[in-house]
Design a protein around this ligand. Structure first.
Ligand code: TUI
Length: 321
């Protein structure tokens, strides 16, 4: 199917795999791209050698368009930004800040740039800078989050900008895709839905927690330190929340706890790790391949017979005319 996003990126279905820090590697991203969506390698916190290796792994699996994410709070963001340009990545998404400093370099190299935004004001600033599209990510998402819900953010961003908008946060099935399009999106980004696919390399114990999660099983840590992040409830998250009640007394201890917390989760320590996941983990109930997930999502979305996704995307593309 065609929307402004599938045309812009040269992909077959309007589904982008969210960049999940320390999780979304070359193997996962390649599987999603090969299935017709856009796979994204998450470079946040990763050394240059790892990024180089993952891009090479992905390229050995697929020749289809491939993306990478630069986490702007990462102290190594500038180095990653340059490396990805050198490696000739097709698409760069950014998170947790403004990519203004890197934009001229990326555009010069012909890279499609898609910042993730959590507010309408930032979406407008990004459009003025000349980005290709934005991901409007609601607070239902896993990982680092803003305040606004997808339901409020996506239509607000769509009314304020003319570039295409990708909806994200709380989307994991065909209903979610159709809902995002109804709000004005021309594609969706999903992270949590891809946590349990075969090509995702996290420990089985983490996957089992995602599969078992109910809708009330996520919690937001880090509000106290100004870096809110949604993860599954566990011993780690509860301890962080209780220490956050008194930041002055526990700031140092919290910093120690966060060190390596993503890696612990990915390695299967479901008690002491931070298992990032979105609220929609409740809907993720099976293990499939990336190809099976993408096929199922598109079948489900199309099954809402009265709602033609391509027609909706065309209407969304001509908004404001
Ligand atoms: O970036 C994300 N999600 C992430 S990053 C990440 S890595 C991490 N590791 C450990 C602890 C915490 C994080 C995990 N998940 N999503 C995109 C996103 N960007 N969400 C919200 C924002 C955002 C917030 C404020 C973007 C810009 C912004 O303001 C920038 C400005 O200049 O106004």
């Amino acid at each position: 199917m065609k929307t402004r996003i599938t045309e812009l990126l040269g992909i077959e279905v309007p589904i982008i795999q969210g960049a999940m820090a320390r999780i979304a590697d070359g193997k996962l991203a390649a599987a999603v791209s090969e299935a017709g969506g856009l796979g994204i390698i998450a470079c946040g916190g990763a050394p240059a050698e790892w990024v180089r290796e993952q891009v090479s792994i992905a390229r050995s699996i697929t020749n289809k368009p491939l993306g990478a994410n630069v986490m702007l709070m990462d102290p190594g963001a500038a180095q990653t930004a340059e490396l990805l340009t050198e490696l000739g990545i097709d698409v760069i998404t950014t998170g947790a800040g403004s990519p203004a400093n890197f934009l001229p370099m990326w555009k010069e190299a012909g890279i499609k740039v898609i910042p993730v935004v959590a507010s309408t004001a930032l979406a407008q600033r990004m459009e003025r800078l000349g980005v290709d599209a934005v991901v409007a990510e609601g607070t239902e998402s896993g990982g680092h989050i803003g305040e606004l819900t997808t339901m409020a953010l996506v239509p607000s961003v769509c009314s304020a900008v003319s570039i295409p908008v990708i909806g994200a946060g709380g989307i994991a099935n065909g209903r979610g895709i159709v809902a995002a399009f109804a709000l004005g999106a021309e594609a969706v980004q999903m992270g949590t839905r891809f946590l349990t696919v075969e090509e995702c390399s996290i420990a089985d114990a983490y996957k089992e927690r995602v599969l078992a999660a109910k809708d009330s099983d996520t919690i937001v840590t880090g509000r106290g330190s100004g870096h809110p992040a949604r993860c599954l409830k566990n011993k780690f998250a509860r301890k962080v929340r209780s220490l956050e009640a008194d930041m002055a007394a526990h700031g140092d201890e919290l910093e120690q706890m966060y060190l390596g917390s993503l890696k612990r989760a990915i390695d299967g320590d479901v008690d002491n790790g931070s298992m990032m996941a979105g609220q929609i983990a409740a809907l993720v109930q099976e293990r499939k391949t990336a190809q099976e997930v993408i096929d199922e999502l598109m079948d489900q979305a199309r099954a809402f017979g009265a709602l033609d996704l391509e027609q909706m995307a065309q209407a969304n593309a001509s908004r404001g005319e």
